[in-house]
Design a protein around this ligand. Structure first.
Ligand code: 13P
Ligand code: SF4
Length: 320
């Protein structure tokens, strides 16, 4: 059996055979380049299955990727995800070369707030700590007291031991966490362009069409959507839920590739896919991962003064 056919076996349930030849050449080249250049690929759960299952060394949610980036020993980290994830990897492992295959892989949440906005918020709410979602630029992290992800937001907010926090930029994540804690949360008006599109009516319709379905929603969804779901958690928490509970039918209110990636490991579970695409995550392809490794691009850099302060906010989060 060739390497290519062994790899195809992993993803045959989610990639039609006719599409595989388009991927096989890039996959083999990437596996070679990783060896030659002593590189590893970190891939977010929203990457397409040929990246997630065939070339990635480490996969996970934002929190897991941050944790694992810290201990990478290879010389090069290719971040198959969006720009803020690459910056976080660079902050936590500054000696390594971190590459992002397409600089346009941004995030609507990261674009919704600037460092200056935080300085103004601090004037308006003196003494109130700022908890910043990792889906932000390094400049914004540098103005923050501590970061959080969707996987640890409640624990981070409660770790501060204060009655009130500013939590930004995701208004819906802030509202979803506020519903689970006594801490009063001041939020910002940022939204994820993927998750804000789901509605409670979508869930009701899908429950009618697919009786008995278990609905999982990412906490970037509006609170009314989370309220209609059976479970809400980070991308890793949703994946763990499916692995643990093995619901016969499941529906993930999140980015499209998530269901494909989990379905590969759980062929017994039926996935209903009312997904929305993240155009930023989809900027990353096998072709540009290959070019990134061949041409050493695009190297992620962060100004040292900003990096020092941003790193503190991320490290405080990881210590929680
Ligand atoms: P997770 O931290 O849950 O992986 O989410 C990251 C993200 O960008 C979700 O839209
Ligand atoms: Fe940003 Fe939403 Fe895309 Fe995640 S899914 S990277 S939050 S735009």
């Amino acid at each position: 059996m060739t390497l290519s056919s062994t790899l195809y076996d992993r993803v045959r349930t989610v990639i039609p055979a006719i599409e595989w030849p388009v991927f096989a050449d890039d996959i083999e080249a990437i596996l070679d380049l990783k060896r030659q250049r002593n590189a590893v690929i970190l891939a977010h759960n929203y990457q397409t299955p040929e990246i997630f299952h065939c070339v990635a060394d480490i996969v996970g949610d934002s929190l897991a990727l941050a944790h694992k980036a810290m201990t990478v020993e290879a010389d090069i980290i290719v971040l198959a995800g969006v720009h803020f994830m690459a910056e976080t990897a660079k902050l936590l492992n500054p000696q390594k070369t971190v590459l992002i295959p397409d600089l346009r892989a941004g995030c609507s949440l990261a674009d919704s707030i600037t460092a200056e906005d935080i300085r103004l918020l601090r004037q308006r709410y003196p003494g109130v700590p700022v908890v910043t979602y990792v889906n932000t630029s390094a400049e914004v992290k540098a103005e923050s007291d501590i970061c959080c992800t969707s996987g640890n937001a409640k624990a981070v907010v409660e770790s501060l031991g204060v009655p009130q926090v500013i939590m930004l930029p995701d208004e819906y994540l802030a509202q979803n966490i506020a519903a689970q804690t006594e801490v009063q949360i001041i939020s910002w008006k940022g939204h994820c362009e993927v998750h804000e599109r789901f509605t409670p009516a979508d869930i009701r319709q899908l429950r009618e069409d697919h009786p008995g379905v278990t609905v999982l929603a990412h906490p970037e969804c509006p609170p009314e959507v989370v309220a209609e779901a059976d479970f809400s958690g980070s991308t890793a928490a949703m994946s763990d839920y499916v692995g643990r509970q093995k619901p016969p039918r499941v529906m993930l209110m999140t980015e499209c590739s998530m269901s494909d990636n989990i379905a590969v490991e759980h062929p017994e579970v039926e996935f209903i896919r009312p997904c929305n695409l993240c155009p930023h995550m989809k900027r990353i392809t096998l072709a540009n991962i290959r070019t990134a490794l061949e041409q050493n691009r695009h190297v992620v850099t962060i100004e040292p003064e900003i990096a020092g302060r941003a790193r503190l906010a991320v490290e405080r989060m990881l210590a929680v």
